[in-house]
Design a protein around this ligand. Structure first.
Ligand SMILES: [Mg+2]
Length: 421
């Protein structure tokens, strides 16, 4: 091929042009490309997990708070809470909270899997725990799958607590987040035995007095027309500027969901949560979405990212409610949040704002946190902590304390706690 001398760039031309371009972009930087970076002042911290302890708190509830089909905490209702303490050789102790689903595995020594591990290797440890569900180890040790996923929640949270504490940062900051107040709603208006319209109005008025500007009510436990009347009373009491959501807790069929959503749409609900009966509560959302005037929320029952992905792939939900206090821990929650973000789905996690708040502060698709305003429904929020984030004007502000940052009331631990391991 003939060489065209007019367009050929010689090495000297190239260097001349490059230096000129550098001079145009940044005159002071030209010829000074080696920047002075001082050595990092701290060394790499290597920690080793030495011991796992855990306790189970149990407190009977004073009354039944009925959802559509069942009361909170069972027919003889009780509140439970698991707390794990993950000790290290550097005297940093990670503290994680969870539901009682992991008690059986914890009692049978599941936490020992963490002994000797470096808590900063959180992905490796998470996978080591999860691998129990796809090996014979679970059968041999008597660690059932649901109990493993339940126990992973507080253990994994404790690892994040250790990492943030070691870094000397609140968890939200360790995660790259920012402490802007996060919107909160209160969940209430359960079906309560022996109560009527007067109690319903009083309850909504109490939440307004507490500063709440958003409320999630229970539906699906009476006829659709009776639910419409309850919604009318609640909307009238709360006023037009209040955000309202509703939770069916899997109480309706597809046909009922379509009918009810059309009748309840007039009260301006932000979302309709878990409408469909257990036997067809994912695929049928696609059909419901085509004939439902209210955005849909779901995900509190998913215990891993794969189930959450299947739910997201329906394209039917607008709010993902994955709960890492109950299942699989913050490591999995962050992955679910990223999957949701990729589909423009908001995160609105189920329960436990003291943990989920840190995670919500670190993502781009955070919508709202769930909270409770009645100590008879959720005694732990009111009794368990001597230090916890504040909820003011329907917004939660995280604590600028290292780690997850809460502190437990020793009297409550003593009164309701039993040592598991
Ligand atoms: Mg729910």
């Amino acid at each position: 091929m003939k060489n065209n001398n007019n367009t050929k760039t010689t090495r000297r031309d190239f260097l001349t042009k490059s230096v000129m371009a550098g001079a145009l972009l940044s005159p002071s930087a030209a010829g000074n490309a080696v920047l002075n970076v001082p050595p990092t002042p701290t060394g790499i911290k290597k920690l080793k997990i030495t011991k796992i302890e855990s306790i189970l708190l149990t407190k009977p509830l004073k009354e039944r708070f009925w959802m559509a089909l069942s009361p909170i905490g069972g027919y003889d209702p009780k509140a439970t809470r698991v707390i794990v303490y993950v000790h290290t050789d550097q005297r940093v102790v990670g503290i994680g909270e969870g539901r009682d689903g992991g008690v059986s595995a914890l009692m049978k020594g599941f936490g020992d899997l963490l002994i000797g591990e470096d808590p900063f290797e959180v992905e490796h440890i998470w996978q080591k725990m999860f691998n129990v569900t796809i090996s014979r180890q679970g059968a041999i040790k008597g660690w059932g799958r649901s109990s493993v996923i339940g126990a992973m929640a507080p253990l994994d949270a404790a690892l994040w607590d250790i990492m943030a504490k070691t870094a000397g940062l609140p968890l939200y900051k360790f995660l790259g987040g920012r402490n802007d107040p996060i919107d909160c709603y209160v969940t209430g208006c359960y079906y309560r035995e022996g109560t009527g319209e007067r109690e319903l109005v009083e309850e909504v008025e109490r939440y307004i007095k507490m500063g709440y500007k958003a409320l999630k009510i229970k539906v699906g436990g009476v006829s659709i027309d009776e639910d419409v009347e309850r919604a009318r009373i609640i909307r009238k009491t709360a006023g037009d500027d209040f955000r309202l959501m509703m939770d069916v807790n899997k109480g309706w069929s597809l046909r009922q969901s379509i009918e009810a959503s059309h009748k309840l749409h007039q009260f301006d609900f932000t979302w309709l949560e878990e409408p469909l009966h257990w036997y067809d509560n994912v695929d049928a959302l696609v059909r419901l979405k085509k004939d439902c005037p209210i955005p849909l929320a779901s995900g509190e029952g998913e215990d891993n990212r794969y189930g959450a992905r299947r739910l997201l792939e329906t394209g039917a939900i607008d709010f993902m409610q994955f709960d890492c206090h109950k299942y699989a821990g913050p490591t999995e929650w962050l992955k679910v949040a990223a999957l949701a973000a990729s589909q423009d789905v908001w995160m609105a996690p189920h329960h436990e704002p003291q943990l989920h708040g840190h995670l919500m502060a670190s993502i781009s698709n955070a919508y709202i946190l769930e909270t409770f305003g009645n100590p008879n429904r959720d005694p732990w929020w009111f009794e368990l902590y001597t230090r916890k984030p504040e909820i003011v004007d329907s917004k939660l502000t995280l604590l600028d304390e290292v780690g997850i940052g809460v502190e437990f009331d020793k009297a409550t631990l003593k009164k309701y706690g039993t040592k598991i391991v």
